[in-house]
Design a protein around this ligand. Sequence first.
Ligand code: URA
Length: 240
Amino acid sequence: MAKTERLDKVLSNMGYGSRKDVKKSIKNGLVKVNGNIVKNNEFKVNPYEDDIIIGGSKVNYREFIYLMMNKPQGLVSSTDDPLTETVIDLLDNRYLAFKPFPVGRLDKDTEGLLLISNDGKLAHELLSPKKGVNKKYYVEVDGTVENEHIFMFNEGLVLNDNYKTLPAKLEIIESNVFSKVYLTIQEGKYHQVKRMFESLSMKVIYLKRVSMGQLLLDDTLSPGEYRELTEEEVLLLRDS
Ligand code: URA
């Protein structure tokens, strides 16, 4: 059976304003359902099937949203923070209505791929240690990363709390006094990448996540920009 909801509820849940605001829009004849103006805010609609238009724009109803952000430095990856701006503060109101949250954390000074969604089940699966979803980082390091380190990362490193990391894949891009590498890890321990290099007496000076599972950061997004995932990207994430 079709799932029906009150028109005013659907519109306010979708971020078109408070219940009061949307009731006003409905009363003023700004809302059409299947081509007809509807002035009754209790009118029942099936938001998945009915064609709902408000103020000329089509309501794209869905339960979940999936956003890819290129997280900028200086923001924290949480939903609210008393002191610092959060990644959620960057989002447009029409997304806030879905109550999205960051899926996993990047440090305040880390850039790159951050998934923001309200799909708790997918978030749980992506973050589950059992699943070991790969996270790939571009890392700039104060220190000379050499071929012998590839083996050490692959063997696992002992961090400052005595935790031994799972095998990680190191790819050297440039080896010098300062080095550039890619590092792929399956875990997400606190400050993990920084602490892995610290265990080798090297300091991470720039960190950017470039992929999570099969989802790659869209390199046309500047830090602070975000976009919705395509359907294909959502499927890729589910398969990760
Ligand atoms: N590892 C870190 O040290 N910091 C991050 O933000 C992510 C992984």
